[in-house]
Design a protein around this ligand. Structure first.
Ligand SMILES: [Fe+2]
Ligand SMILES: [Fe+2]
Length: 286
């Protein structure tokens, strides 16, 4: 039995399945399927997950995690080792219906490729969730996945389960609980600290190697309150707005590319090996 505070979700995918309930693909039958899921005990797990996430992700918490992880002294791996490492992540999900992490990455990137996008976009789809290795370093689920949001300023009521922010100490701190908090109007997201998770972590690992739109996709793909709800326009600058068009484009592939048949990972591997070596160094520091 897993510790409920560490792992309230049966599977990391439960968060993503919950996203499909909140943001169903237009005209898709899947919506019905995922509604059933909503009433199950998985939904309870998702609620507990957000309660913990919203309560504990304060400005200070994020600073602490940055100190802990942005020295990159945990592990040195090639991208392929990182993919294999991520695939050792086993949770309580049903192996008959859930695809493994590698397959989710491949489905995302193959859907991008099928639409004829540039190779760096395909590569971004392939590696966008590698930051989830944080789970394998012992981090609790609510500090790895889940919608991300700015800390250091007021929490938007557009964030899922915003009612749990009353539990967050920052919501009572006048330094942090005004609309702009520590920030200036339209200062740009690069100056804004986001709640800690797999997006920011992977961005920091890859920031020297990929084109800017790719880095935006990686860094903000879980920032639903902005790319879906536009709740933080007062913090974005012009460059952010331009690049969020890419984040939105990416989100479609991230959420809606889950096909029931697993991709043929063996056959696809040579293509991705070339792509990885075109953009990334031999070893990455985690
Ligand atoms: Fe993700
Ligand atoms: Fe993803």
């Amino acid at each position: 039995m897993k510790d409920n505070l560490q792992s309230p979700l049966k599977s990391l995918d439960d968060w993503e399945n919950d996203l499909l309930v909140r943001y169903p693909e237009k005209g898709s039958k899947k919506t019905e399927e995922f509604r059933d899921y909503d009433s199950s005990d998985r939904a309870e797990g998702v609620k507990t997950f957000y309660k913990l996430n919203h309560e504990i992700q304060t400005y200070d918490f994020v600073c602490k995690k940055e100190k802990q992880f942005l020295t990159f002294n945990k592990k040195e791996m090639s991208l392929w080792n990182a993919v294999d490492f991520l695939n050792t992540l086993v949770d309580d999900s049903d192996p008959d219906i859930e695809l493994d992490q590698f397959q989710h990455l491949l489905q995302t990137s193959e859907a991008i490729k099928a639409d004829g996008h540039e190779d760096w976009f395909v590569l971004t789809g392939f590696l966008h969730d590698l930051g989830k290795v944080l789970c394998l370093f012992g981090e609790p689920q609510w500090a790895v996945v889940g919608d991300t949001f700015p800390v250091g300023c007021q929490f938007s009521d557009k964030i899922v389960h915003d009612e749990f922010f009353t539990l967050n100490a920052d919501s009572k701190n006048p330094k942090y609980n005004t609309k702009l908090g520590m920030y200036n109007e339209n200062c740009g997201l690069d100056k804004v600290k986001m709640s800690w998770g797999h997006d920011e972590y992977l961005y920091q690992i890859l920031k020297d190697f990929l084109p800017k739109p790719a880095l935006y996709m990686i860094r903000y793909h879980s920032f639903y309150a902005q790319h879906r709800e536009e709740a933080y326009n007062h913090l974005l600058n012009k460059e952010d707005h331009e690049n969020f068009e890419w984040v939105k484009k990416f989100n479609k592939y991230d959420l809606y590319s889950k096909a029931p048949t697993p991709p043929d990972s063996k056959a696809l591997r040579p293509y991705y090996e070339d792509l990885v070596s075109k953009y990334l160094p031999e070893k990455l520091r985690f």
